[in-house]
Design a protein around this ligand. Structure first.
Ligand SMILES: [Zn+2]
Ligand SMILES: [Zn+2]
Length: 631
């Protein structure tokens, strides 16, 4: 819907003026421009939205029935009578589209990975869980036979016999081993590539190996570790073996077409979940790949803005000169535009290993005695922390274990003593395992938390028996303690580690119900209103955007999520069933529309030029880097 755009109108006015007077004269007359503006630009029209209820998260006025919006920002909030009373004779319209709905502040995706999500979502999803996508629900795979049947059907649908079929979601621990032989039985001509649910392993059929020119000889040329983590006869490549084979098969798995199609599906998915702003922590460091992402995500049609946070680990690793680290970080700003941006003066660091592979650093040993991993050596971590701290950056740290947390808090304390900073807002990201007494230290040091509550839902049962034991497994993501201590906390999904669905995250944090149906760590549950704050205003706070978005208050951007029910008033177990009607983003209305196009059915890959191969390799490399730190 075209709106009167003040800037465009002014530009049009200016063009008219220059037709009459020389440009220099128009600019030379100070004041003439603003006079011109007020003289000929009509006041932009105010739109007043009414709703069954508006949950503002503004403590001064928590509930309202009308919100007035002008030029993409919130003008007034209150009862319809009050709002119209203030507007009096001013031109405005009352829009009752949401009269039967509940308006909440626009949801934020504090931490998601759109590129990896795009690659997995644009595959034939055949996974351990249901995926509710804009194109319909993909039900979970029942067993290996179900997987083979459904993959066979997907292969049959292809009309071009050389078009590769990529599937994501197979889990050997659930369905048993899968080999090249199984896939050859589906097709000996159509290249098939199966990416495991963990993303750590790929299985290829003979046609796919041939397409990538992967032979026994090639694999024997790999290094020792890479060879140990490859099995050519079974078409299987995992960990270092996967990194080694990646340059050969990247063009099958990560073409620009697949990336674009997957990003479009990811965009529609996130919008359907009510997201109005998102952030990728650990931005892409290959410009052509970012350009490919921008082709979708910078477009003015995007229903949400997205910020990318510099991957400080890689930057510090690459540049030995401290000043250059910051200079190179700042250069990244020019890579973005339109609806994408660089998260200003924010950087991402990594402490310890991933929770899904039980590689976090814990104080007490794992049940089987194995040890965790550090994602960065201590000297590199300390150097990175110091460089970004001294440059005034807000530091976000991926941290999963209690020993990992000790390292982060030690570094924070040391830097606070050395170079005190006010309102540094250091973010502890993921926050899986922590000790109770660490909460007080977090408070005293002024750090804040971004927790992933899906860990409890997905892993507390399993980790009670394996790895952590019941006490630590049930206290994972201890948001109850964090909340009682008065520390700011938000929620994130880490898509595709968990569905990018803020209402589902709220449900996880409020209920802490596991796969077996029990409640893990009842005292770590949080209230529904707090959880709503965790996907709105506190998420905005963690990105230093709380003055702009996150609540419904005059002056802020008009970002709303429109729901069919009030998530802080429904039965807590029903929070995840609340539906999003759509969103309002900076005053523009975006209803959720049924998407018919299926991303996995895309035009065949064309060309296979060198540029495409480089692009594909860089794309997949970024994806696997994310995988390595998370799963
Ligand atoms: Zn992480
Ligand atoms: Zn992540």
């Amino acid at each position: 819907m075209p709106q009167i755009n003040r800037r465009r109108f002014l530009r049009a006015g200016l063009a008219g003026a220059t037709a009459l007077t020389p440009l220099s004269a128009a600019f030379g007359q100070s004041g003439s421009l603003s006079e011109l503006g007020t003289a000929i630009v009509p006041l932009p029209e105010v739109k007043v939205y009414t709703a069954r209820e508006i949950v503002t998260l503004d403590p001064a006025k928590p509930s309202a029935e009308a919100v007035a919006v002008v030029n993409g920002r919130i003008l007034l909030v209150g009862s319809l009578e009050d709002v119209q009373g203030i507007l009096k004779g001013q031109r405005h319209t009352v829009d009752t589209t949401f009269a039967n709905h509940v308006i909440v502040p626009g949801f934020l995706a504090q931490h998601d990975h759109p590129l990896l999500a795009a690659l997995t979502m644009s595959s034939e999803i055949l996974s351990i869980e249901d995926w509710v996508l804009p194109t319909g629900t993909v039900p979970a795979v029942k067993d290996k036979k179900d997987f083979i049947d459904r993959l066979s059907k997907a292969v049959e649908q292809r009309t071009d016999p050389s078009e590769p079929v990529v599937s994501w979601g197979y889990h050997p621990a659930f369905y048993g081993p899968l080999t090249r032989e199984d896939l050859d039985a589906i097709s000996s001509t159509q290249p098939i590539l199966v990416w495991a649910r963990s993303c750590h392993e790929m299985i290829l059929n003979s046609a796919a190996l041939e397409m990538g020119e992967v032979t026994q000889d090639v694999v024997e040329g790999f290094g020792a570790t890479e060879q140990a983590q490859s099995k050519f006869s079974e078409g299987r490549f995992w960990e270092q073996g996967l990194f080694a084979v990646l340059p050969l098969i990247a063009s099958i798995a990560a073409t620009p077409e697949r990336l674009q199609s997957g990003l479009e599906l990811t965009r529609d998915y996130m919008h359907a979940k009510g997201i109005t702003f998102g952030n990728e922590p650990g931005g892409i460091l290959a410009k052509p790949v970012q350009d490919g992402i921008n082709a979708v995500m910078s477009s003015p049609d995007m229903p949400f803005r997205w910020s990318f946070m510099p991957d400080a680990k890689t930057l510090v690793d690459t540049y030995t000169d401290d000043d250059q680290v910051i200079a190179e970080t700042e250069k990244l700003e020019s890579w973005y535009g339109g609806m994408t941006s660089l998260a200003p003066k924010q950087a991402k660091l990594f402490a310890d290993g991933a929770i899904y592979s039980l590689l976090m650093q814990v104080r007490d040993p794992y049940l089987d005695g194995h040890t965790g991993e550090w994602m960065m050596d201590k000297s590199l971590f300390d150097r990175a922390f110091r460089i970004y701290w001294d440059a005034g950056y807000q530091i976000h740290v991926h941290v999963n274990g209690d020993a990992g947390l000790d390292r982060v808090l030690d570094a924070l304390e040391m830097n606070l003593r050395r170079n005190p900073r006010y309102d540094h807002r250091t973010v502890l990201v993921h926050f899986a395992v922590s000790a109770e007494e660490q909460v007080q230290r977090i408070l005293e040091l002024g750090a804040i938390v971004s927790g992933n509550p899906y860990y409890v839902t997905a892993l507390s049962d399993q980790y009670s028996a394996v790895g952590l034991g019941p006490k630590r497994a049930d206290a994972m993501v201890r948001l109850g303690d964090v909340s009682r201590a008065g520390i700011s906390w938000s929620l994130h999904s880490d898509m595709p580690m968990a569905p990018a669905d803020p209402l589902f995250l709220m449900w996880c944090a409020v209920n802490r119900v596991t796969a077996s149906g029990r409640v893990a760590g009842p005292d770590q549950r949080v209230g529904a209103e707090e959880a709503l704050r965790g996907v709105t205003i506190e998420a905005a706070y963690s990105l230093k955007l709380e003055d702009e978005i996150g609540s419904i208050e005059p002056g802020k951007r008009a970002n709303f999520t429109i729901l069919d029910d009030n998530p802080i008033a429904v039965d807590p177990m029903k929070i995840r069933d609340v539906k999003a009607w759509g969103t309002v983003m900076e005053g523009r209305v975006y209803p959720v529309e049924k998407v018919e196009r299926k991303a996995s059915l895309m035009p065949p890959v064309g060309g296979g030029s060198n540029i495409d191969a480089d692009f594909a390799r860089a794309t997949l490399e970024h994806a696997l880097k994310v995988v390595h730190t998370h799963l």
